[in-house]
Design a protein around this ligand. Sequence first.
Ligand SMILES: Nc1ncnc2c1ncn2[C@@H]1O[C@H](COP(=O)(O)OP(=O)(O)OP(=O)(O)O)[C@@H](O)[C@H]1O
Ligand SMILES: [Mg+2]
Length: 322
Amino acid sequence: MATAEQIKSLIRSRFSDDSERFYSIALQVAAHEARQGHTALAHDIRDLIDAERKKKSPHIIAFPKNLQGLVLTEEPSTPITAMVTPNIIRERLNRVLHEYRQQGKLKSHGLRHRRKILLIGPPGTGKTMSAKVLANELHLQLHTIQVDRLVTKFMGETSAKLRQIFDLIQQEHGVYLFDEFDAIGGDRSLNNEVGEMRRVLNAFLQFIEQDTSDSLIIAATNNPNLLDRALFRRFDDVLYYENPEIEERKSLIANVLGTFIVSRFSWKQVLQESAGLSYSEIDHSCRDAIKNAILADRKKISAKQLLITIKERKGTHQGIRV
Ligand SMILES: Nc1ncnc2c1ncn2[C@@H]1O[C@H](COP(=O)(O)OP(=O)(O)OP(=O)(O)O)[C@@H](O)[C@H]1O
Ligand SMILES: [Mg+2]
């Protein structure tokens, strides 16, 4: 059964004619029922919502033709539990989810939920994954804007394209990820990026400031030094990602190896050897070890076997950096 708060929110959103809010709460009710094991009811509720939404806006995701190839749309299924993060990042992501779900309550007090988020950190630390988690947990579509293409391919028209994208953000409720964001976010004071880039960045700053949609806007970069300070002010939250510390490395390896891990796994050397690798590289090393085990008809993976694939990854990693 839906919670008392959900029922009240449903009624409130109906009376305030806020159909997106209504759908969002109805989806939360479906998720709640699914968690209780009432999967048939959860499906029925989702089907009802989908059918109604299609009727209301049959154009869903009818992107203007010239934006095709610049915006990729998907429905991610990455749960927050798949992510290993220090508590601080987990808390911040949960706060975004919580505020989004309680946006009606915040609105009634004249406040907005935090929804313009900047993610900063080295490659393979979970920035894109976080956007997928947020979309999945909120049952929203994820639209990824290929910023590098937007800028390089259509240099002269970049501001016009940005405007179209922000129009979409207003019309199509969802999670919007500006990936490789530094392609527009370059420091305005750098001399090599004058003229067009400056105009584009100014346009972006204006659009993001004026945006009043309920969509989540996420920008991700691994190059914070290139970012202009003026940008930071435009975001409700800035999250810093880093390579995993020892505890995160241990959780990640245990998660990915799952039942493949031998019962007496000797962690010490594995944890030493994996220092400095990203989440993504460790994830790959574990998957390589799983492949080796499967191909050799082994059901378990020892620390020694994982060390082989970790060292292999480190080789590639160092090779790239030289
Ligand atoms: N915190 C994490 N917990 C679990 N797995 C992770 C985490 N971060 C990354 N991964 C794994 O690494 C893959 C790549 O990570 P992701 O694409 O999120 O990195 P990124 O920070 O966006 O990197 P880039 O700056 O190169 O875009 C993920 O799909 C996931 O399999
Ligand atoms: Mg990424």
